[in-house]
Write a protein that binds this ligand. Sequence first.
Ligand code: ATP
Length: 220
Amino acid sequence: MGKKDKQFAIIGLGRFGTSVALTLAKAGYEVLAIDADEERVQKFSEEVTHVVQADTTDEASLKALGIRNFDTVVVAIGEDIQANVLTTLLLREIGVPNIVAKARNELHGKMLEKIGADKVIYPERDMGARVAHNLVSSNVLDFIELSPNLSLVEVAAPKALQGRTLAEANLRALYGINVVAIKRGEQIIVPPRPGEQITAEDILIIVGSNSGVQKLEEME
Ligand code: ATP
């Protein structure tokens, strides 16, 4: 199966669900968008091809959509936690291979994990953390929390490191940071060798503990 043959269904066309659906559609993927609200469905029908009105807490409606045939289903229902949880549960029972569900808070997220969501996302919390890291350091381009104490960060090479090799920078010994790749223009150097010299145009992709990452973020 080619990458573009993957089929996605997005349930709930709030701001988040709409953004996911439109991004996938623009990238050329098959997307089925579903919402219980007729008005939202109407509005969306001008932007993507497949959009249907359905209440996804109703098992028969879900099955009638052939939801089982989708590789990934994103549950982007926000305010109505009960509808969000019930939909996730039904998708699990129907046997959807990959269920991604949006959680409003930690407790809701735990519940989604228990009932079998394959991935739980916290858009507000995660975007808040990204913005905060960007505020702390203008070098930080992107930030993903891998676990409570481990992050993957994309950071513009700080001046202090430019002109030095990775071995000379000694980030692993000093801060417990691993440089897993270097983006240099169109080129991606992975894995970088110890003798690789860091240049001013480099973007470092690093994995490290929060304290180590923070040290690098604060470097000028
Ligand atoms: P965002 O922050 O992304 O804008 P939100 O958290 O405000 O989203 P809501 O607007 O509450 O999210 O929900 C997103 C959509 O989910 C709404 O358009 C709503 O009609 C739809 N929705 C709610 N319940 C159901 C359901 N049972 N079946 C299908 N769609 C539903």
